[in-house]
Design a binder for this molecule. Structure first.
Ligand SMILES: [Zn+2]
Ligand SMILES: [Zn+2]
Length: 288
């Protein structure tokens, strides 16, 4: 059975997030542990966290994925931003551990003109430092996932080679990757056709290994193939389309990986509709 879930809001508290996940019949969920648009510290209440973890276990909602704030820039050549981002990542790791999360997803960063190579070096050093600060080792059970991004502006992490370089340099850190169907399509990986997806996965396997993939973010794309535009669309309603999702969902290598939706939403009905769409397309998909 494939696992599907959505990014749930934590704005109403952890229990509300859990109740939303249950009402949507999520197999897995993603959420922000703190505030998505600020690097301010937010403390997690221990009792609330414990109840949340018990609830997830009872409902068999796993894995729990945490998405780091968007403001993090581990590739920044500016010293203050870099230090702030490194510390914010370590705090995010601590919050993820106290929530019992399986994965912490983050965007590698923006090099702001210093170049991909300098960017990947900064990112790897920041990850190593953040793991040290938070005391994160491979034994902790939390995996950090470098998200594949669309390559807008000076983003690092839209080619598998970028993640490879980071992983090689941050060799002590427990690292994996998070695919994002919208980002990858926008970055120029033609994942909407069998030939294109087979080629992309062959590349992924050769450079990083298929087993490094912890989570897939399932989003349709407003932008065309190679547009570098990071704008998510409802499942089946963008440039990947229903047939593209049938191709993706039918692939036997991806069927083992949990799919989390980050589709546009104003309320739970939007999530409900997109979840129904992706589950239907998974049933219609021909396994290959
Ligand atoms: Zn993301
Ligand atoms: Zn994503």
């Amino acid at each position: 059975m494939m696992k599907f879930g959505v990014h749930v809001s934590k704005a109403g508290g952890l229990n509300k997030a859990l109740q939303d996940a249950i009402s949507l019949k999520c197999d897995t969920i993603q959420m922000f542990a703190g505030s998505p648009r600020s690097l301010r510290k937010s403390i997690i209440n221990e009792d609330e966290a414990l109840a949340f973890r018990r609830g997830l276990d009872q409902e068999h909602i796993r894995p729990l994925v945490i998405h780091a704030p968007y403001l993090l820039n581990l590739a920044s050549p500016k010293e203050t931003t870099y230090e702030l981002s490194t510390r914010a990542l370590s705090e995010e790791i601590i919050r993820s551990l106290s929530l019992g999360a399986d994965y912490l997803v983050f965007h590698p960063g923006n090099h702001l003109g210093s170049g991909i190579e300098a960017g990947t070096q900064r990112i790897a050093a920041a990850i190593t430092k953040a793991c040290d600060m938070a005391g994160l080792t491979r034994k902790c059970g939390l995996l950090l996932l470098l998200e594949m991004v669309s390559g807008a502006g000076t983003e690092v992490g839209w080619m598998f080679d970028h993640q490879r370089a980071i992983m090689d340099m941050a060799e002590e850190a427990p690292l994996g990757i998070c695919l994002d169907t919208c980002h990858m399509f926008a970055a120029g990986h033609d994942i909407a056709t069998r030939e294109g997806l087979a080629g992309t996965l062959e590349q992924l396997d050769r450079i990083l290994g298929i087993s490094s993939v912890g989570v897939v973010h399932a989003n349709d794309s407003v932008g065309a193939l190679g547009s570098r535009l990071d704008r998510h669309a409802d499942i089946g309603q963008g440039m990947i389309g229903e047939e593209g999702f049938r191709v993706i969902l039918g692939n036997s290598k991806l069927r083992e990986v949990p799919f989390v939706l980050e589709t546009p939403k104003k309320n739970l009905e939007d999530d409900k509709r997109n979840l129904a769409a992706i589950r239907r397309l998974a049933r219609e998909a021909v396994t290959w």
